[in-house]
Design a protein around this ligand. Structure first.
Ligand SMILES: Cc1ncc(COP(=O)(O)O)c(C=O)c1O
Length: 426
């Protein structure tokens, strides 16, 4: 019997099942070693382990420059500022992404133009990017959603044709490859999070990589102290401004540097552990009539695989996604309906011009959206069930998740009857 209807749950392991915010034993060792060696609390210049870490990241992505910062959000802000976006510039962005892919544009008053996604991968659809280009378009931002690389050949062709900059948000795709090219090395600049839920995590952190020295200098001036700008900013134009910089403190904490660097050194093992578990989950789910594992195209590798959603078929199941997820949750699974985050065009910020950013001054240039405006993203997101991104959990737990999904599917008639009785009672 389904646990939702009084039966025993399939998964009895204690929660949380996948605590991405926990320090690993290796993190503890690294942090302790830093403290015992009398390590610093903060790198004001591009010094010490920070320099080594940035050099390693630049080399990993095959880029000339890396600037580490204190979050992925601020890496994106630095990237957007770095490419010189100005008020009124239009930037084509996905609606199906984490909010920080887009929100740093607000403070630059650059106008986000939300684009639809491919219905299978959930990634921004190059054809929809084309439809949104206007004379004011300056850049395209892509998120390699849950590690699956965006169709970059098509995106880069569009960017070349129209003279646009491409910013990659590689936060969920560290180590991913597209046609044997590393994600994060494909656009003009790539930004990524080194935050708590990421594979190369410092708890908090982020970085950008680029070949463009102007982006690097502007990122330094935006978020770093004069001591760092003194060694990094040498161009005639920007050099005079190193004393004040451009106003923010985006320095990455020294312990976060040490921890993230340690994880970078263990990246292959971490990726292997996650792939073992998530491919096992996909095999376990295959053949389920109502829940299909994510699609991975043959010429990509998902790298860190920073999210796992499976596609629910409400028509075949004859129940809504909330009912199905409630049944899975009752079986002991940590799952969420409609993916990890809401679509951006459903957020209030994109529904009203009077957004409170500058009180009393509605932002009339901003694009506003309604339900139905980005139909494939709505179709896709409304069918996604988000799972934990298992890393070092026992594979038996992963197998138990797959079994629980099959159990719920096997009792679908009872679930339909329960849903119908519920709606009659309301
Ligand atoms: C795709 C994406 N972009 C940006 C960010 C922002 O990173 P942070 O939380 O480090 O600011 C995240 C964080 O989860 C993310 O998933």
């Amino acid at each position: 019997m389904l646990a939702l209807l009084g039966g025993a749950p399939e998964v009895t392991a204690a929660h949380p099942h996948n605590d991405l915010c926990a320090f690993s034993p290796q993190d503890r060792e690294i942090i302790t070693a830093h403290l015992e060696a009398g390590g610093t609390t903060s790198y004001y210049g591009r010094d010490g382990e920070l320099r080594e870490f940035e050099d390693e990241l630049a080399e990993f992505f095959g880029r000339r420059h890396c600037v580490a910062v204190n979050s992925g959000t601020n890496a994106l802000h630095s990237a957007f500022f770095g490419i010189g976006l100005q008020p009124g510039d239009e930037v084509i962005v996905p609606t199906y992404t984490f909010l920080a892919t887009v929100s740093p544009l607000f403070s630059l008053r650059a106008v986000p133009v939300l684009a639809d996604c491919e219905s299978d991968t959930g990634n921004i659809d190059p054809e929809d990017i084309r439809r949104h280009i206007t004379p004011r378009t300056r850049a395209i931002v892509v998120t390699h959603q849950f590690g699956h690389p965006v169709e970059m050949d098509a995106v880069l062709d569009i960017a070349r044709e129209h003279g646009l900059k491409v910013v990659e948000d590689a936060s969920l795709a560290f180590g991913a490859t597209y046609k044997d090219r590393r994600v994060g090395s494909l656009g003009h600049v790539a930004a990524f999070s080194l935050g708590s839920t990421k594979m190369v995590s410092g708890g908090q952190g982020g970085a950008l990589v680029t070949d463009d020295p102007e982006v690097m200098e502007r990122a330094n001036l935006l978020g770093h102290f004069v001591r760092r700008s003194d060694t990094e900013v040498s161009s005639d134009f920007y050099r005079p401004f190193i004393t004040t910089g451009y106003g923010h403190n985006y320095r990455m904490h020294a312990l976060a540097v040490a921890m993230a660097r340690g994880r970078l050194h263990r990246l292959d093992d971490l990726i292997a552990a996650r792939h073992e578990r998530l491919t096992r989950l996909s095999s376990g789910l295959s053949g389920n009539p109502f829940l299909a594992p994510p699609v991975t195209r043959p010429y990509v590798h998902r790298g860190q695989w920073g999210g796992y959603t499976a596609t629910f078929d409400p028509e075949a199941a004859g129940v809504g996604i909330d009912t199905f997820v409630a049944a899975l949750a009752a079986e002991g699974l940590e799952v969420a309906a409609r993916g990890y985050h809401p679509l951006l065009h459903r957020a209030e910020f994109f529904r009203t011009a009077d957004d409170g950013y500058y009180p009393g001054q509605p932002w009339h240039e901003k694009r506003l959206y309604d339900d139905g405006d980005l139909p494939r993203s709505e179709w896709h997101a409304d069918r996604q069930i988000a799972f934990p991104i298992f890393l070092d959990e026992p594979v038996e737990l992963v197998d138990a998740y797959a079994r629980a999904v099959h159990k719920v599917a096997g009792h679908i008639e009872e679930l339909r009857a329960a849903e119908a009785a519920d709606s009659t009672a309301q």
